[in-house]
Write a protein that binds this ligand. Structure first.
Ligand code: ARG
Length: 587
């Protein structure tokens, strides 16, 4: 149980012992750290319930709290706040517990199985900035859930089954009709080697897509090819496997740079075997009907205050839609994992799609009523004009170009840095990669996921303000301090009762991390974790500038401070790991 929750238990008991409703005893971290460390506002909310002045309630409760040794003081402030300050000895005990625990005394939840569907790249189309958010928000949430003790399965859910595959097949046929993959009569072995490279794919798709817009006949050919592929035409299936191989190898490289990795590399195509069972279930439960040749299902409810169109399951030509694969994938996930929750980390603009899919999944009982299906929607990354981020030419920016530009800008700073400029070029390059990526990530993740934000590389790269490089820089500073301490023979010792306010505030902040993690998990939003990391880093830096840590003559205090500094490092490194972010040795 977190410290805040333990304090809540104590204060709840004090409320009920004084004859008040115990639910009033909720304790929170103080929003005025200059006045107190924790507060309880229950007397204010309880006034109505108990028809009594808040000050009177608060004073009654106070009588049951004041002789507890864990408190330095408990006071009442008008109009009825209960303000709590912990005793310094108790703070030291808590810090020691944290220090001794391998997971820094952070909470573990009751284990659930959670599938996180994130990334969602489309095969044969290069990753663009739109995929950035899905990748980094999803990865962070997956790691957070795992850290809190859940069984988490991350699935990339590739877009590998739609019209884009038929488009590429048809475009390749125009260029190389002689390939055996196109020969219907061919019955031999297909070559091992792929007939296309990733560069070919990146060229073929836009070419095909443009052609299909002008050339009706080409579009029909591509639709036909898609249909043939989905119905198992041997040469097309083999060709498609090659596209997938080449594309996935490339995707893995880009994701690895961002520290993103998936447990499952399944795609929409893997849902195909479940489409038939899905159609049967829907029919058996009488949820579908024909309308203009299309098979559709109603999901509107009486209480809806927005129009809720029916879900289209298949069109008159028999082709399946986005909702069909998502529903079929739910059957697959239920069969393979029996998840308690499935999280879909996908652009908020797809919210209608997910509402429809979730409703139909429940109506058709593809999952139990308790299974939580959750669309973790996110806003867009915008350029300085406030519109979705584009290249200078107005096109979609590829993710690798974005990463390279962040890295190049980070490199310029590293090349000028006093501490790093004399390192060999390859070392500086590695640092630039770490710093550039963390700039992009924290520039994004500091915002609540549902908000749009403006991509501002200069600001994101600054070592001041709420940025990734600031966090990395703080850890570098801590590591260098600890290395100096070691070299000077100053060894860490028992954490003793804090004597100054910054030290107290820093430790109390560390005690709040567990609550922040739980809240971030509930809200499926990592920004609160970023905030607490910046708070910790800020308090540490204040502590560092206010005190001469290594030169402190009081040996016990100096040894305690070194332990606290290592604790801060461990906490920041643990949290950075949830963000899949490493720290360079020097910056
Ligand atoms: N491939 C889709 C796109 O690019 C995203 C897939 C999201 N996940 C899902 N289960 N629908 O829009």
């Amino acid at each position: 149980m977190t410290l805040k929750n333990r304090l809540t238990e104590i204060v709840k008991k004090a409320f009920s012992d004084a004859g008040y409703d115990e639910s009033l005893g909720v304790v929170t971290f103080s929003d005025r750290p200059d006045l107190c460390q924790f507060q309880c506002n229950g007397a204010l909310t309880g006034a109505k319930l108990h028809r009594k002045a808040p000050m009177m309630i608060a004073n009654d409760v106070l009588g049951n709290l004041s002789d507890n040794a864990i408190f330095k003081s408990v006071t009442v402030a008008p109009p009825g706040f209960i303000n709590i300050i912990l005793s310094d000895e108790f703070i030291a005990e808590e810090a020691k517990k944290m220090e001794k625990s391998e997971r820094l005394a952070l909470p573990v939840m009751d284990k659930e199985t959670i599938v996180v569907d994130y990334g969602g790249p489309n095969v044969a189309k290069p990753l663009h900035v739109g995929h950035l958010r899905a990748a980094i928000i999803g990865e962070t949430l997956k790691r957070l859930a795992r850290f809190l003790g859940h069984n988490v399965i991350g699935d990339v859910h590739l877009g590998d089954w739609g019209l884009q595959m038929g488009l590429i097949i048809s475009e390749l046929f125009r260029e190389k009709p002689e390939l055996c993959f196109f020969d219907k009569e061919y019955s031999g072995q297909y070559p091992e080697e792929s007939p296309v490279t990733i560069d070919d794919l990146s060229r073929l798709y836009p070419q095909a897509s443009a052609r299909s817009k002008e050339d009706e006949a080409f579009r029909e050919t591509a639709m036909r090819a898609t249909f043939d592929l989905q119905n198992g035409r041997r040469g097309y299936v083999e060709l498609w496997k090659k596209f997938l191989e080449v594309s996935v190898a490339d995707l893995k490289k880009s994701y690895a740079r961002l520290g993103v990795d998936f447990d499952m590399w399944l795609g929409e195509s893997d849902a195909d075997p479940y489409v038939k069972p899905l159609l049967e279930i829907l029919e058996e439960k009488k949820l579908t009907y024909l309308s203009d040749g299309a098979l559709i299902a109603d999901v509107a409810e009486e209480t809806d205050d927005e129009p809720m169109p029916p879900v289209i399951i298949s069109k008159s030509d028999g082709s399946q839609l986005y909702a069909t694969t998502d529903l079929a994938t739910i059957i697959q996930r239920e069969r393979d994992f029996k998840p308690d929750e499935i999280w879909y980390v996908v652009d908020s603009r797809q919210s209608m799609h997910f509402k429809q899919v979730f409703r139909l999944a429940k109506k058709a009982e593809l999952v139990s009523p308790e299974t939580e299906l959750y669309h973790v929607g996110f806003g867009t990354m915008n350029g300085s004009d406030g519109k979705p981020y584009k290249t200078r030419e107005g096109g979609v920016m590829s993710l690798s170009v974005l990463i390279e530009s962040a890295k190049a800008a980070a490199k310029e700073r590293i090349d000028e840095s006093e501490t790093a400029k004399n390192l060999p070029g390859s070392e500086r390059d590695k640092i630039a990669e770490l710093v550039g990526i963390s700039a992009i990530k924290f520039g994004d993740l500091i915002n609540h996921r549902t908000r749009d934000y403006i991509f501002d590389l200069n600001r994101f790269l600054s070592t001041e303000g709420k940025t990734g490089p600031y966090l990395q820089y703080t850890v570098v500073r801590i590591k260098s301090l600890l290395a100096k301490a070691e070299a000077a023979g100053v060894i860490p010792g028992e954490i003793i009762a804090p004597k100054n306010d910054t030290e107290r505030e820093l430790l109390i902040k560390l005690f709040s991390v567990g609550d922040v993690l739980l809240r971030a998990f509930d809200d499926k939003a990592p920004n609160a974790i970023c905030e607490v990391m910046f708070d910790i880093a800020g308090l540490f830096n204040r502590f560092y500038f206010e005190n001469k840590i290594l030169a402190n003559e009081n040996e016990a205090e100096r040894a305690s401070w070194i332990s606290i500094v290592s604790l801060v490092r461990d906490m920041l490194v643990t949290l950075l790991d949830i963000f899949s972010t490493d720290v360079p040795e020097i910056m």
